[in-house]
Design a binder for this molecule. Sequence first.
Ligand code: GDP
Ligand code: IMO
Ligand code: MG
Length: 430
Amino acid sequence: MANIIIVGAQWGDEGKGKIVDLLTEHADVVARFQGGHNAGHTVVIGDEQFILHLIPSGILHEGKTCLIGNGVVVDPAALIEEINSLRARGLNVNGRLFISDNAHLIMPYHVAIDKGAEKSKGKERIGTTGRGIGPCYVDKMARTGIRVGDLLRPGTFREKLRKNLKNINMLMQHIYHSEPFDTDEIFSAYMGYSEQLRPFIQDTEYLVSNYQEEGRNILLEGAQGTLLDVDHGTYPFVTSSSPTAGGACVGLGIGPTRISGVLGIIKAYTTRVGEGPFPTEQNNELGENLRAKGGEYGATTGRPRRCGWFDGVSARYAVRLNGLTGLAITKLDVLDELKEIKVCTSYTLDNKKIVSLPHDSAAIDVIEPVYETLPGWQESTVGITKFEDLPDNAKAYINYIEKLSGTPVNMVSTGQKRDEIIIRRNPFET
Ligand code: GDP
Ligand code: IMO
Ligand code: MG
């Protein structure tokens, strides 16, 4: 039995979907533990592309069980749409997708507050996905949230909704100057969702504990990334959950002693979507070229992703915070044409060298990255599956990142497709 956590080691979109899909072959169960449909996980199989938002990327493997854990926030309409779009493509989810009754529901007012708050922040906006994620987690922490299990208790659901709308509608009318929400309307829509989701709702913590007793392998699929973590990320330009490895235990109800390994997914360069500091950003022709070559547009919102060099300081930060046991470097092929490649090894602030990411976003905004320049390889690595077959300079680049981060590179991804991968160590086989 092995329980492996997959986390994003940067600002999200590292290619977690691809790696989760790949490792699902060795797992029995794939489980999401935080975030919501702000995530967009792309899996390319042959000529077909799938983008998963709420449902674990393991769903594409028939016969594998998928869980949406208690730490996830669920927009039922979005979930039903995702289930239907998978069904339309011939994938059966019945009897193998389960949603925690303790997961919190995203309500229409969460979306309105998310969008309203962003608008009123103006230039200081976070650049959220506008999916209602933050306000839903606010209600969870304020203990006024409505949970997936409440869908099965109409009386409780209605009463909680009625109480919440008393406050929410004051906010809507007096602060956002918009129409109030109607209890009956939301109640009836959510009872409709309840009918469709009823077969999927379960005590997933109990399921997880049974799977462990049966000795099954579980893959815990993180969304977002370390630098978007609400505690450890570039606050306040973060998401509202814990995408780091600790979040996996809380978000599924699995004890830390049960975790066998933590694989960090990291791009061979860096991207960020939304606002916030980004020390190695290349807001220039190079950044535009990376965006074009890497197809760096959000899988959820379609927004262009900001692009820059690999940041060794934040990589080390991700290694520490997650206790990473290995790295999977993705999108190596995107760097194929470059003559020279830079890697940030430290920063300077007020003429002083710093080797750890500052906690203050304003400081991260003004630090200067110190770069090491490595020679490019200027030949194609697309589809290479053996480390020995990589050009020497590409091998040297991987070795450099390995040394800088202090963590073994277990995998190198050389293209979008499932089989475009170098596997040096499979976390389920050790
Ligand atoms: P996630 O949110 O971490 O799952 O990542 P996204 O799916 O949002 O973004 C990663 C993008 O990179 C997707 O379009 C993937 O298909 C693509 N991708 C993943 N690995 C590779 C790779 O090694 N090379 C290339 N060229 N594309 C990749
Ligand atoms: P995956 O799982 C990249 C970013 C948003 C915004 C901030 C807060 O595909 O890697 P939110 O809607 O969560 O309140 O927005 O977080 N963000 C992501 N960026 N990948 C993601 O998910 C993201 N999910 C949220 O752009 O900056
Ligand atoms: Mg993504």
